[in-house]
Design a protein around this ligand. Structure first.
Ligand SMILES: Nc1nc2c(ncn2[C@@H]2O[C@H](COP(=O)(O)OP(=O)(O)O)[C@@H](O)[C@H]2O)c(=O)[nH]1
Ligand SMILES: [Mg+2]
Length: 397
């Protein structure tokens, strides 16, 4: 059998060349390109026309799973050899490209068994960023299915696509949704994640950025377990000039709320920070939420610096409270926000705010934005402009 996949042949017509190609190269041989040229006849007595054909033998049908990387290398090598021989032979390259694409589409089901080094290193990046295994698997499957083999070579493109796929899993809380006043915003979550600090930031934000007057932003803490926590919030309320209350029972809370409903536009409720495993505390929170009413906006607060397993634990423990959205705190303390991003995706929850600093000033609190979460990821060469276009500046879409 003829070894060289590309060869030349001459004949009197295209059909003759095609027939000769098959005779020489077997049934998979095909004419890629023909040129009509004039050649001198015997003894130089005039010229006659002949057809010169470039032919190609397609590879045999697969009897084993295709090693994509090997095939790609073979194709590229053939292509570069041809270009060396004949720099104008772009049509052949186009054909080869076509074959390349065909191999790629037919091989999609096999893609999982093939790992290009770039694919492997993206998988490692996801692991480094603390994404949960199930989430990593989903992203990698999408990535392998979405890109043709020539794109796999393009590491930058691969990273951008991975970021886009990760970003697509992030749901953003609808801050624009019209809400009846007074709004009751309740923060729940494990201890130490930053609930009290975030309540203070929220209050400041509503006053400084949204034009609410301090006397109409009411701060309530139900954390009567820790005096310091209550004092901490009282101090903020004092600084802001906002009303503050620390009811010590659900009855007191009920009274306080009915009072505040008359005078406040926004009521921010801080809760006790205890282990979510503590059933007494969970029971108390549940009672308290009943008192706040079904219109209360419930946000689970999670610190990005918490390890993935604990985040999953917290989202599961607080699930019975039917929280609406998640506030991600301490993003300044980690570059590995894969933990929260995967936990949110797993629970199907949206993110409402992101905080990234200890100070209780509003510049360390932001309305959640897809890009803000993505640019924090470690090791990705983020093309910020492309991401902004893709996610419409990170707004909910
Ligand atoms: N680095 C950083 N620290 C924060 C952030 N938010 C809160 N903290 C700190 O986390 C610690 C616990 O905060 P606190 O509000 O008392 O948490 P709580 O127990 O959930 O109420 C405090 O030292 C805060 O200053 C944040 O966005 N970034
Ligand atoms: Mg607290």
């Amino acid at each position: 059998m003829f070894e060289e996949p590309v060869f030349e042949i001459e004949g009197r017509s295209f059909e003759e060349c095609q027939a000769k190609a098959i005779m020489r190269g077997g049934p998979r041989a095909t004419v890629l390109r023909t040129d009509v040229i004039k050649v001198p006849v015997f003894l130089g007595l005039g010229r006659r026309e002949i057809v010169k054909a470039k032919c190609y033998i397609a590879p045999p049908p697969l009897t084993r799973p295709l090693n994509m990387e090997e095939e790609r290398k073979k194709i590229l090598q053939t292509a570069s050899e041809i270009t060396k021989k004949d720099p104008q032979i772009t049509e052949i390259l186009d054909k080869i490209q076509e074959i390349n694409i065909k191999i790629d589409t037919t091989q999609k089901p096999e893609a999982a068994s093939f790992d290009h080094p770039n694919i492997e290193s993206i998988a490692e990046l996801l692991e480094t960023n603390d994404f949960l295994p199930a989430f990593r698997k989903k992203i990698m499957e999408r990535l392998k299915g979405a890109l043709s083999i020539d794109k796999l070579e393009d590491r930058h493109e691969l990273e951008q696509r991975a970021l886009e796929f990760i970003g697509e899993t992030i749901k953003i809380y609808d801050h624009e949704k019209p809400r009846k006043l007074p709004r009751i915003i309740v923060l729940i979550g494990p201890t130490g994640v930053g609930k009290t600090t975030t309540i203070a930031k929220l209050a400041t934000k509503f006053i400084m950025e949204d034009g609410f007057t301090p006397d109409r932003i009411s701060l309530i803490t139900t954390d009567h377990y820790r005096l310091a926590a209550s004092q901490q919030l009282e101090k903020y309320a004092d600084i802001l000039g906002s009303p503050f209350a620390a009811p010590s029972s659900t009855d007191e809370l009920k009274k306080e709320l009915s009072l505040q409903r008359e005078t406040a536009d926004i009521i921010l409720v801080d809760t006790m920070g205890r282990s979510p495993r503590d059933s007494v505390v969970l029971g108390e929170i549940l009672e308290m939420l009943k008192v706040c009413g079904s219109g209360a906006e419930l946000h689970l607060t999670l610190a990005a610096s918490t390890k993935a397993a604990d985040i999953i634990d917290a989202t599961a423990q607080f699930e019975p409270f039917r929280y609406e959205s998640v506030i991600v705190t301490k993003l300044d303390e980690t570059t590995r926000a894969g933990n929260v991003i995967s936990a949110l995706a797993e629970r199907g929850k949206s993110v409402s705010y992101i905080t990234d600093g200890q100070e209780s000033t509003p510049h360390t609190m932001h309305k959640a934005n897809v890009i803000r979460l993505l640019i924090n990821l470690e090791g990705f060469d983020v093309d910020r402009r492309r991401l902004e276009e893709y996610f419409d500046n990170g707004r909910p879409g």
